[in-house]
Design a protein around this ligand. Structure first.
Ligand code: MG
Length: 442
C-alpha cells in the first residue's frame, strides 16, 4: 500500500510581462505563473498538479493548496484513488474551509490542484494518459466522481449515467481516431494586445501556414484599434479562416454590443464580453449581437455558474479551464452539462501548463461524453511548453493525443527551481542585469 508522505508546493513564475506575451485588455502585464504541487508518495510515482495565475497572488494560492492538502483524508493512496468522488467532496465541502469560497477563488482552485495531482497519480499508476484513463472508466465509476450538488435541477445522476452509457457505443473507434488524427486546435499567439500590427500580421500568416483554421485577437482597449486590427488580420489570413475576439471581461453589459457590432459579423465568437459572474449580462449581450456568438468560461468559477449560463441561453461555446475549478471531477460535471444542453466545449488554454492539462478533457469528451467534434476546438498558445516533461504537440493545427501516463502537469525540476519566485536563479539574473528593477518582496 502506498502513502502520501509529503506535499511540495512551489511559487513558480515566468517573466512573460517583459515581452507582453499574454497581454490583453485586462491582463496588461501577466507573469505567467503556477502554484505548483507535487504529492510525494513513499513508493511509485508522485502526483503533480498546478494552478495557473498571472503573477501577483500566486503566493496566496500556494498557501491555499497547503490548506487543501491538509484536508485529504488520512488514507492509503489506493483508497483515495478508488474514491475520488468522496475525496473531492471532502476538499470542496469542508465545513470550515468552505467559508472562504464556497466553491470559488483561491480555495477552490487549491482543491483543484490537489485533485489534479491525485488524478495524475491515478493515471500514472494505470500507465495511461488521463484522457484515456477517463475514457476507460465504467459509466458507474464516472458518475461516482462527479459532485451533483446544486446541479440536479439541470442534470441528475441517472441522466449522467445515460450519457456515459450511450458513450460506450463506438468508443473504441473514437479512441483510435483520436490517436490517429488528434483534435483541432486554434491559436491565440498572434493576437495579444501588446503586439504591434506588424507582429500580429506576421504571426497571423504564420498561424495559417501552420495549419490553424481559427485565430483569436484580443480586443477591448480601443474600438478604432480593434476595427483596424480585425481588418488587417482578415487581409492577412484570407477569407476562409475564422477570427474570434476576446475582450477578457472589459465591457459594461450595456456597452458591449455597440463595440462588438462595430466589428461586424465577420467575428466568429466574442469571448468574455463582460464579468464572468454576470449570467444575465451574457444572455443580454448574446441577444444583442446575434449572429455573432458568445464564448465564456475560463474564469467561470464552478459548475453552478455554467449551469446558469446554459439555462439562461447565455453562451454558444463553453470554455472550460483545467485549473479554475475543482479538478477533473468538476470538469466532468461541466462536460455533462454541455452535453445535456447541446453546447460545444472549446477549452481555454495557454498560460503555463493549461494546454497540457486541458486537452485531456476534450479528448475524453469526444470518446465518451458528447461523442462529437463539430464546432469544437481547443485553444493553443505556444509559450512555455519546454518546461514540461510531457509537453503537448500540435501538428498541422491539431493537438496530437497525449500518450504519456498522467495529466501533463509535471515540470522539469530545473525549470521549477530556476523560476521559483522570488529567489530562483532566473529571477536573480533578471534583477542583477537590471531588466527588472524591483519585485514585490524586495
Ligand atoms: Mg480568453
Amino acid at each position: 500500500m502506498t502513502k502520501i508522505i509529503g506535499a511540495e508546493i512551489v511559487d513558480v513564475r515566468f517573466p512573460t510581462s517583459l515581452e507582453l506575451d499574454g497581454s490583453d485588455a485586462v491582463n496588461v502585464d501577466p507573469d505567467y505563473s503556477a502554484a505548483y504541487l507535487r504529492l510525494v508518495t513513499d513508493e511509485g510515482p508522485d502526483g503533480y498538479g498546478l494552478v495557473f495565475t498571472a503573477g501577483r497572488g500566486n503566493e496566496v494560492v500556494v498557501a491555499a493548496i497547503q490548506s487543501a492538502v491538509d484536508l485529504l483524508p488520512d488514507e492509503e493512496v489506493e483508497t483515495l484513488l478508488g474514491h475520488l468522488g468522496q475525496v473531492s467532496k471532502a476538499l470542496v465541502h469542508d465545513s470550515q474551509f468552505r467559508w472562504i469560497g464556497p466553491e470559488k477563488g483561491a480555495a477552490h482552485m487549491a482543491a483543484g490542484a490537489v485533485l489534479n495531482a491525485l488524478w495524475d497519480l491515478k493515471a500514472k499508476q494505470a500507465g495511461l494518459p488521463l484522457w484515456e484513463l477517463l475514457a476507460r472508466m465504467s459509466p458507474e465509476e464516472l458518475v461516482e466522481v462527479v459532485d451533483f450538488t446544486h446541479l440536479r435541477d439541470a442534470i441528475t445522476e441517472a441522466e449522467a449515467l445515460e450519457i456515459f452509457t450511450r458513450g460506450q457505443d463506438g468508443k473504441e473507434e473514437r479512441i483510435a481516431a483520436l490517436k490517429q488524427h488528434g483534435y483541432a486546435a486554434y491559436t491565440t499567439s498572434a493576437g495579444w494586445l501588446g503586439y504591434s500590427d506588424d507582429k500580429m500580421v506576421r504571426l497571423a500568416k504564420e498561424a495559417v501556414a501552420d495549419g490553424f483554421t481559427l485565430i483569436k485577437l484580443k480586443v477591448g482597449a480601443s474600438v478604432d484599434d480593434d476595427v483596424r486590427r480585425m481588418r488587417l488580420a482578415r487581409e492577412a489570413v484570407g477569407p476562409d479562416i475564422k477570427i474570434a475576439i476576446d475582450a477578457n471581461q472589459i465591457w459594461e453589459v450595456h456597452e458591449a454590443s455597440a463595440w462588438i457590432n462595430a466589428l461586424g459579423h465577420d467575428v466568429y465568437w466574442v469571448e468574455e464580453p463582460t464579468s464572468p459572474d454576470d449570467v444575465l449580462g451574457h444572455a443580454r449581450i448574446r441577444r444583442e449581437i446575434s449572429p455573432v456568438r458568445v464564448a465564456t468560461g475560463e474564469a467561470v468559477q464552478n459548475r453552478i455558474i455554467f449551469k446558469q449560463l446554459l439555462q439562461a441561453e447565455a453562451l454558444d461555446f463553453m470554455q472550460i479551464d483545467s485549473t479554475r475549478v475543482a479538478g477533473p471531477n468538476e470538469n466532468i460535471a461541466n462536460l455533462l452539462l454541455a452535453a445535456k444542453f447541446g453546447i460545444p466545449v472549446c477549452p481555454h488554454a495557454g498560460g503555463v501548463g493549461l494546454c497540457e492539462l486541458v486537452v485531456h478533457f476534450s479528448f475524453f469528451d469526444f470518446a465518451v461524453v458528447s461523442t462529437a467534434l463539430e464546432n469544437r476546438v481547443i485553444e493553443f498558445v505556444d509559450h512555455l511548453h519546454e518546461h514540461f516533461v510531457a509537453p503537448v504537440t500540435v501538428v498541422n493545427g491539431r493537438y496530437q493525443a497525449p500518450g504519456a501516463p498522467g495529466n501533463g502537469a509535471e515540470m522539469y525540476a530545473d525549470s521549477v527551481s530556476r523560476w521559483t519566485y522570488p529567489a530562483g536563479a532566473g529571477w536573480e539574473e533578471l534583477r542583477s542585469s537590471g531588466r527588472i528593477t524591483a519585485i514585490a518582496s524586495d
